[in-house]
Design a protein around this ligand. Sequence first.
Ligand SMILES: Cc1cc2nc3c(=O)[nH]c(=O)nc-3n(C[C@H](O)[C@H](O)[C@H](O)COP(=O)(O)O)c2cc1C
Length: 354
Amino acid sequence: MKATPETLNPEQTAFLVRQRVARLATADAAGVPHAIPVCFAYLPGAIYIALDEKPKDVPPTRLKRVRNILENPNAAFVADRYAEDWSLLAFVMVRGHAELLEPGTPEHADAVRLLRGKYHQYEEMGIEENPIIAVRPQKVASWGALEAPDGDEPIVLDTIRGRRSVRRYLPKEVPEKLVDGVLEAGRWAPSPHGRQPWRFAVITEEETKERLAGAMGEEWRANLQMDGQSPGVVEKRLEGSRQRLLDAPVLVLLCLYLEDLDVYPDADRQQGEITMAVQSLGAAAQNVLLAAYDLGLDAGWMCAPLFCPEKVVEALGLDPKLIPHALLTLGYAEGDPPKRRGRKSLDELIVYRD
Ligand SMILES: Cc1cc2nc3c(=O)[nH]c(=O)nc-3n(C[C@H](O)[C@H](O)[C@H](O)COP(=O)(O)O)c2cc1C
């Protein structure tokens, strides 16, 4: 076991900040120990632990851990990884002084922000009303495979490779709970300044799908005619697209929402801001597609709304500030998709490496 005084080294830090649960040990004046699992956030110099509103028998200040800290500031904190493959076992143990940060102090406010950033559950809890425990590291020890588990491929790659665009679905309903699970993944996409410049419209009603297909079809008919397609081809393609919308059990329309973005005096930066929002919408779409696949659903992507956003807004009665971009279909695949596009090799895609 390796002991480092006071500060966590980069490996220990990297390990600690990836853990979502740890154990906090305190002791009373007589040295009687007490250990509990805790959620925590770390910044160099302190580990922060909230006294949250989870049902407890006593008010936060009467909690055993709080009484112990008031009597005896010595605390130990351990975050560990367990795996059946014991070559992956690891832990970081921090010993130090625990103190209570009172509401109203700048460090308390920073700790609340940090904890809410790490655990979305805290957004709904009044943790700002209670003291926050701060453990100031004095001795740090660690053991085992602190670095990320070895392996050539991330586990999520199975989902990424398995996902494919599906264009024909079984007539089988998708439970609303699954749709919510899929959208929850969209919610966590990265976005410029964290502004989340996208909104979802969920469509399952036959009548609404018809209205949407009709509105988008009108525009497409005009475009295909402009391209010089024969009337027979135009009607066949329109009917195929209409049927695709009607047959998909759920349609998720991803709309761009630019109202919360930064405003710049020059056109170049403004365009950059909009491009970032579109990139972020793409990330949200990918999250949705991957989550759908992970939940046993299939999904497809239709770009049609991008070419007639106003018509889509009108057909669905949406807020005109929304800009429809992508239509994702959700359901259960009728069979394996007939064709799957190949992928370029990594050698072709990596154009520079130093
Ligand atoms: C921005 C974008 C727009 C797309 N639009 C359509 C579309 O309108 N119709 C369609 O059938 N597929 C559409 N796709 C799906 C692609 O055709 C599909 O992702 C690609 O062929 C690779 O196949 P895979 O998704 O099965 O790996 C779109 C994909 C993206 C990223």
